[in-house]
Design a protein around this ligand. Structure first.
Ligand code: SAM
Length: 251
């Protein structure tokens, strides 16, 4: 049933976390197609959050977008399917996807069907930079209206430790009105570490010393609510990999 070990054994790169130490799998969407998550998200989400009436521009940020397939599918799901042509002329939705893997971003750029509305840039969220603020300034917005952080937290956590995880959550909260979070559960951490050991490599730098463990989604919720001025407003249930999709809102 739900699993974090990847079953497509014929794709070596996917099964080799040494080749994808940040979760930068080259064929991610062959084993986790966009539909797995999209089926849980209502197509009316942006309207439900109040981002249609009176909004000329709505900005979506996709953190760790990999090759961009989910970003594009998400955009189409939320925008094209739910908006008639006349309205879509008035209501602009722009999505910025970024990932630390430049090759994945090149693929995302090459396959982008809506380059006027969707853009992809290489960026590491754990490093200081002005690019997200520049994008907001360019669109005359103080915040992203919706930030997607899907299946990224574990990789930040394993590579940058507890403080790295909390800093990233704080940073995303500081630039977002709404945050949709899919945190990998703890069993995924064990699988990722086990796969690494099988390859004869040492553990992720921080795996053994992490204090945030167990129910990672709950730890993330506590941090966002206690320290980042956000509140959990909705849970969209569990994906086929038993991961919750949690929606937070700035208070
Ligand atoms: C498992 S994939 C998930 C992709 C996509 N978010 C989804 O849910 O379909 C994790 C992605 O996060 C990216 N990533 C990991 N750490 C990152 C960081 N510090 N900054 C930006 N991207 C990161 C990886 O390169 C990888 O493409």
């Amino acid at each position: 049933m739900a699993t974090c070990s990847i079953s497509s054994g014929d794709i070596d790169e996917i099964n080799d976390p040494g080749a994808a130490p940040y979760g930068n799998f080259i064929n991610y969407y062959t084993f986790n197609p966009p539909e797995n998550r999209l089926s849980l998200i209502p197509a009316t989400l942006l309207q439900d959050l109040g981002y249609r009436d009176g909004h000329q521009t709505t900005l979506i940020l996709d953190v760790g977008c990999n090759s961009g397939e989910l970003s594009v599918a998400f955009y189409k799901h939320l925008v094209q399917e739910s908006v008639c042509q006349e309205e879509s002329d008035k209501w602009k939705v722009n999505l910025l996807g970024f990932d630390l893997d430049e090759i994945l971003i090149q693929r995302a750029q090459q396959n982008n069907p809506r380059p006027r509305s969707i853009s992809f840039i290489p960026l590491d969220i754990t490093k200081d930079n002005d690019q997200l603020q520049d994008y907001l300034d360019h669109h005359g917005c103080s915040h992203f209206h919706l930030c997607l952080c899907l299946a990224v937290t574990m990789w930040v956590h394993l590579n940058h430790g507890d403080s790295g995880l909390l800093q990233v959550l704080s940073r995303l909260a500081s630039i977002s009105q709404h945050l949709l979070l899919e945190a990998q559960p703890w069993k995924c951490y064990r699988s990722a570490a086990r796969r690494l050991r099988k390859l004869g490599r040492s553990d992720f730098d921080h795996f053994k010393t992490l204090k945030i463990r167990g129910d990672v989604a709950e730890h993330a919720r506590e941090h966002l609510e206690r320290n980042c001025g956000m509140e959990l407003i909705r849970s969209f249930g569990s994906t086929t990999w038993e991961r919750k999709l949690l929606l937070f809102k700035r208070r």
